[in-house]
Unconditional design. Structure first.
Length: 98
């Protein structure tokens, strides 16, 4: 969803019979300004691991509001650094991660 900035509202006011914004200035929305900030990228390690399964990234997500067909509300992901192959496992409870 794109937000209309002050310039866009002035154009809309000129081309439209609606005159709600004439002579008014808009205070910038803090969420809009935050979204416009440049994001710093993550530092990447220089070299991938040479041996398969030498480095694995893992993440747990949940509790997801909507359950799966089998009643799962969590998922755990594993990504191999060498091949970047992902594995995703669905879980009913977070304790099942271990």
């Amino acid at each position: 969803m794109d937000l209309i900035n002050e310039k866009g509202l002035k154009i809309l006011t000129k081309e439209s019979p609606i005159s709600l914004f004439e002579g008014k200035t808009l205070n910038p929305c803090k969420y809009y300004l935050f979204d416009k900030h440049h994001k710093a990228s993550f530092h990447k390690h220089l070299k991938k691991k040479e041996n398969n399964l030498e480095l694995i990234y893992a993440d747990v997500c949940g509790a997801i509001e909507a359950e799966s067909l089998y009643g799962d509300r969590y998922l755990v992901t594993f990504i191999n650094d060498t091949s970047l192959k992902p594995w995703v496992y669905m879980l009913k409870a977070k304790i099942q991660v271990f």
